[in-house]
Design a protein. Structure first.
Length: 330
């Protein structure tokens, strides 16, 4: 039986596909290639190009594959874009989940591991953020993902589809050999932009706000290595395969780094100056996001291997140096 990875040509999806294949799983990938990259998909996985909202297309995939369960990464994920184009997010992300759950029900597929996000919590009440904390998103991206969690909860009650929602904090890094990595168009994430500045592809980094209530005034985020995240998806899949019920887990390191601290660590790793300027706050940014991650460690047995921000940055820098234009397919 196969694991069907939706969005398997994206940044986190492609690292998870690679890890699944390396662990001997039979893997099929669906990706629309709107933001994904065909070259990012491990060649041992079968690839289907199409959109998860297209139920006829999805039925042909489920017809050809004996799907044991789904890992779902296929969503738009840029917070500032979602503030400007919320309906794009509710259509692709939220409606995409409706269509998927319908087809899963038709084919009697009862397991789904889902890419959720810390953005479902919104501005935290307390730090670190626990899975039981209120989920009150401050942007349409987070709202679209919270709605997807809610739909899975009711689909569990009605149809017995078991889910694990993995609420990611900030993901960074790349496979250690530099063969796959992060390549977004446009790039909006902090670390890849910092490394573009280090490489001389951009003149300087704009830091969005230095007047937050944090030790140095810049936002604090919790960074996890993409391969540790990939491991968590595989553990979550095994958790469902073992017959456990639906659940949600934070995936973070439980350590926060400010945007300025990330720049300093990147200067150390790259040996480059990385000029910065302070720019206005970015709409929808909570001031501090740090995960309580003991639940994933205790229940899933998750043990992140990268516990050091410089080691994470180094893998991203390797990827950037070997692929200065990313996959060069856009
Ligand atoms: N950020 C920044 N300059 C940039 C890109 C991002 O100062 O060019 C900040 C952003 O405001 C946030 C942090 O970096 O405080 C992480 O943002 P990112 O978009 O990487 O991830 P998010 O936390 O939104 O998921």
């Amino acid at each position: 039986m196969s694991i069907l990875v939706l969005g398997g040509a994206g940044y986190i999806g492609s690292h998870t596909v690679d890890q699944l294949v390396n662990q001997g799983f039979d893997v099929a990938v669906v990706d629309s290639l709107i933001t994904g990259h065909r070259a990012a998909v491990n060649t041992q996985a079968r690839f289907y190009e199409g959109d998860i909202r297209d139920k006829d297309f999805m039925r042909t995939v489920f017809d050809q594959e004996d799907v044991e369960g789904v890992i779902h990464f296929a969503a738009f994920s840029i917070v500032p874009e979602s503030m400007k184009a919320p309906l794009k997010y509710f259509d692709n992300n939220t409606y995409g989940m409706t269509a998927l759950l319908e087809v899963m029900t038709e084919f009697d597929v009862k397991k789904i591991v889902f890419s959720s996000t810390a953005a479902t919590y919104g501005e935290p009440r307390s730090i670190p953020i626990k899975e039981t904390d209120p989920q009150i998103p401050t942007n349409p991206y987070g709202e679209s993902k919270l709605m997807m969690e809610t739909m899975m909860r009711w689909a569990d009650k009605a149809y017995g589809i078991k889910f694990v929602a993995l609420r990611y904090f900030n993901v960074a890094g790349a496979k250690a050999d530099g063969s796959i990595g992060e390549d977004h168009h446009p790039e909006t994430h902090l670390l890849p932009i910092v490394l573009q500045v280090a490489a001389g592809d951009r003149a300087e980094l704009s830091i969005f706000g230095d007047d937050y209530e944090t030790p140095d005034g810049t936002n604090v985020r919790d960074y996890v290595h993409v391969l540790d995240l990939a491991d968590a998806h595989i553990l979550a899949f095994k958790y469902l395969a073992a017959g456990n019920g639906s659940n949600a887990f934070n995936l973070g390191s439980s350590t926060g780094f400010s945007n300025m601290e990330i720049v300093k660590a990147a200067r150390k790793v790259t040996g480059k100056a990385i000029p910065t300027q302070i720019a206005p706050r970015r709409a929808g940014d909570p001031s501090t996001l740090i995960a309580a991650s003991d639940k994933a460690r205790g229940t899933l047995g998750w043990q992140p291997k990268y516990d050091n921000i410089e080691a994470i940055i180094e893998t991203a820098w390797n990827w950037h140096l070997s692929h200065p234009a990313g996959y060069a397919d856009r």
